[in-house]
Design a protein around this ligand. Structure first.
Ligand code: SAH
Ligand code: SF4
Length: 409
């Protein structure tokens, strides 16, 4: 079943006049907002605590609901800011219960319609996993990934990353005392709210390091959204210099998109490998802070028919990972229009999995979810393809700024 809801696009005037939303901000972001409207410095900490509680614990959408804050300040806040979430422009429901939301972020200026991103919710018996995006599109061009065919528009801001979880919780009716919006899907079998987050949507999270780090800070804060760091997994295609800092500054679980056991093949599938070859990548993994049998690295391996799925490659995979506390996640390739790859046959996947399993690794095959709504891994690609001149300029500036930082390491 596919249900779509459409929200009207904001008019030009609305776009220009829109007040910024406070939802998704860090504590210092909220303190800045308070400073902007003249709240004295000595009061700010206490006010930030109040706002935090209302926004992230209660999920309120109106300043007037913030009854611990005086009417005067509530009015001031409402005059300058909103508590809006990104608008959900389409909601699709897969036959397997997977939900995909297309969200439009508030515009950042008169020539920006607001970035459009996709976010996927996957309910399972014992958990609810939210797959979030860290960028609009991706600059890396992994040949089997649909997102990689979309040109990067930009990094998502911290608040835009946090907002994906806020929208999901809102649509799932998961805030205390708050009535879910019309049409929201509320799980009624207990425990299928968002319990886990994976950064496996659009984008390379380690190319948006600060945005992702700060968003994780907000999401894990125990006064608010309160998700444990062990329930968050950051997946990277292998930005080696940022793997150590990821462990130190974010302390989340790590997933590596490996997909090949030889550099020549990986250079082709994941072109970033030319910069950071397999040996360097695995060295960074061995040194990932806090590794133990209870905190293993997940190695993702997409099953491509006749490309990377032989018995010899399964054995080489096991050999390469020796000594690293690891799980291997075999992902059946999800086809998308125009791709040259095919998914390996089922018995091939089983055989591959068996070799890995016999060597002592858990090797679950990831059940493809939401294939009918193009919500599965690597199928995400938003409609924001045609860049405005300004967005293109921003992108070029961002890329120019990002390049030396990566090259310097
Ligand atoms: N950029 C990050 C995170 C997003 S991609 C990364 O590459 O790790 C999330 C996962 O989906 C990655 O393991 C990616 O390799 C995989 N993936 C991409 N396209 C896919 C496809 N068409 N079928 C199956 N998995 C895919
Ligand atoms: Fe980007 Fe990940 Fe897709 Fe590669 S697999 S293009 S890094 S989103």
């Amino acid at each position: 079943m596919t249900v779509s809801v459409s929200a009207p696009a904001a008019s030009a005037a609305e776009t220009v006049l829109r007040r910024p939303s406070l939802v998704g901000r860090t504590r210092s972001g909220l303190a800045e907002a308070l400073a902007e409207i003249g709240v004295p410095e000595k009061e700010r900490r206490m006010r930030v605590g109040q706002l935090w509680n209302w926004i992230y614990h209660y999920g309120v959408r109106e300043f007037d609901a913030m009854t611990t804050i005086g009417k005067g300040l509530r009015g001031e806040l409402a005059e300058h800011f909103t508590l809006d979430l990104p608008s959900v422009t389409a909601e699709q429901v897969s036959t397997d219960g997977t939900r995909k939301w297309l969200m439009r972020m508030p515009s950042t200026g008169p020539h920006d319609r607001g970035a459009e991103i996709e976010c996927v919710y996957i309910p399972e018996v014992d958990r609810g996993t939210l797959c979030v995006s860290s960028q609009v599109g991706c600059t890396l061009t992994c040949t089997f990934c649909h997102t990689g065919t979309q040109r990067l528009v930009r990094n998502l801001k911290t608040e835009e990353i946090v907002a994906q979880l806020m929208v999901a919780r809102d649509r799932l009716g998961d805030f205390p005392n708050r009535k879910p919006p019309e049409g929201a899907f509320v799980p009624n079998d207990g425990g299928r709210f968002v319990s886990n987050i994976v950064f496996m949507g659009m984008g390379e999270p380690l190319y948006n390091f600060d945005g992702v780090r700060d968003a994780i800070g907000v999401i894990t804060d125990d006064q608010g959204l309160s998700l444990g760091r062990r329930r968050i997994t950051v997946s990277t295609s292998g930005v080696v210099p940022q793997i150590g800092p990821l462990g130190e500054e974010m302390g989340t679980m790590l997933a590596i998109s490996l997909h090949a056991v030889r550099d020549d093949l990986r250079n082709e599938l994941v072109p970033l490998n030319k910069k950071y070859p397999i040996k360097d990548l695995l060295e960074a993994c061995r040194n990932y802070p806090g590794l133990s049998n209870a905190k293993r690295i997940t190695f993702e391996y997409v099953m491509l028919k006749g490309v990377n799925d032989s018995d010899a490659e399964a054995r080489e995979l096991v050999r390469l990972l020796k000594g690293i506390p690891a799980k291997i996640n075999l992902i059946p390739f999800n086809p998308w229009p125009g791709t040259k790859y095919e998914c390996s046959d089922w018995d091939r996947i089983e055989r591959f999995s068996e070799i890995v399993f016999r060597a002592g690794y858990a090797s679950p095959v990831r059940t493809p979810r939401g294939r009918d709504i193009l919500a599965a891994c690597g199928q995400l690609k938003s409609e924001t393809e045609k860049l405005s001149a300004r967005a293109r300029l921003m992108l070029e500036q961002e890329e120019a700024q990002a390049a030396p930082a990566v090259a310097a390491e």
